[in-house]
Design a binder for this molecule. Structure first.
Ligand code: DX5
Ligand code: ZN
Length: 310
């Protein structure tokens, strides 16, 4: 089963209204917030750091996906972990010791990703696959939003997908740069499951409409390919927190009861971080079970949407 995720890049948001922008884009259906960190050294642009991450963290309940375009990279990682990042990815060229940097990210309680520029070979993957939660393929040269998608990235996505599949590991395959409603399906067809999109979302007046169109393109692809890929409509019947609460509630109860109303007593909620540290394996099995169940709400039967890495 593939879970598709749309990760709006706030690089193209209105920084004067950043709090409202992240709230609005999550309300519009975003699955993650993609947070581009640029240092005017590794890339020729300067953006935002851990203080801004801390500021937006309490405003949204989706993962914050921090894309570090900084060199050196290690010193800033604990700062981002403290600021509430969920996923931290970096470019191999920006680290002297890639394996150590991946370990550092994990040691700080975050998921770890490695990012490949258009001309960076995927060879690193042969050596660090077991330490990766995410692979990010750049379909533009990093540094700026609003650039055109580089078609050569499609081949690379296909190769990365094959490597992930043969590894048997659950690793997100994210693509960043020039993703729009008219090419998202092509990128998904190549094997990506997580789509960063900045200007195509934030440079339009209706974020909901763009995200819905992106999901429609993905749905069409799935209908066409007839694979067992499952379309996850995030932001539908239950609110995002209800979904997490459902999972956590079942975890606490120790039995996979079917929930029909999404109302979970507060006593069953615990902190996700603690849960991850305590028993990642149990939670993953639970979420797998949840993903396979049908839920009914107001006469509509659906599969409850749960993000697989939660
Ligand atoms: C580029 C950034 C991207 C960028 C994507 O270096 O990493 O995340 O914001 O923006 P669009 O979708 O406009 O290409
Ligand atoms: Zn990015």
């Amino acid at each position: 089963m593939t879970t598709y995720r749309i990760a709006p890049s706030i690089l193209s948001a209105d920084f004067a209204q950043l709090g409202n922008e992240v709230r609005n884009v999550v309300a519009a259906g975003a699955d993650m917030i993609h947070f581009d960190v640029m240092d005017n050294h590794y890339v020729p642009n300067l953006t935002i750091g851990p203080m801004v991450c801390s500021a937006i963290r309490p405003l949204v309940d989706v993962p914050i996906d921090v894309h570090l375009m900084v060199k050196p990279v290690d010193r800033i990682i604990p700062d981002f972990a403290r600021a509430g990042a969920d996923i931290i990815s970096f470019h191999p060229e920006a680290s002297e010791h890639i394996d150590r940097t991946l370990q550092l990210i994990h040691d700080n309680g975050c998921k770890a990703g490695l990012v490949f520029n258009p001309a960076t070979p995927l060879d690193y993957l042969l050596h660090v696959m077991d330490k990766l939660d995410l692979i990010l393929i750049m379909s533009v040269n990093p540094g700026f939003g609003g650039q055109a998608f580089i078609p050569h990235a499609l081949k690379k996505i296909e190769t990365a997908r094959a490597m992930i599949d043969s590894s048997g590991k659950q690793i997100m395959l994210e693509v960043d740069g020039g993703i729009k409603t008219d090419n998202i399906a092509e990128v998904a067809r190549a094997g990506a499951d997580t789509f960063v999109s900045g200007s195509a979302i934030f440079n339009t007046p209706d974020y909901t409409a763009v995200i819905r169109q992106m999901r429609e393109r993905l749905k069409e692809l799935m209908d066409e390919t007839g694979t067992d890929t499952q379309y996850i409509e995030l932001g539908d019947l239950y609110g995002r927190m209800s979904r997490y609460r459902s999972a956590l509630s079942l975890y606490h109860q120790g039995s996979p009861e079917i929930l029909t109303d999404g109302k979970i007593p507060d006593s069953h909620i615990c902190f996700l971080d603690e849960l991850f540290k305590s028993n990642d394996g149990v939670l993953n099995s639970l979420l797998k079970a949840l993903n396979e169940r049908k839920y009914t709400n107001e006469g509509v039967t659906t599969t409850i949407p749960v993000i697989s890495f939660f």
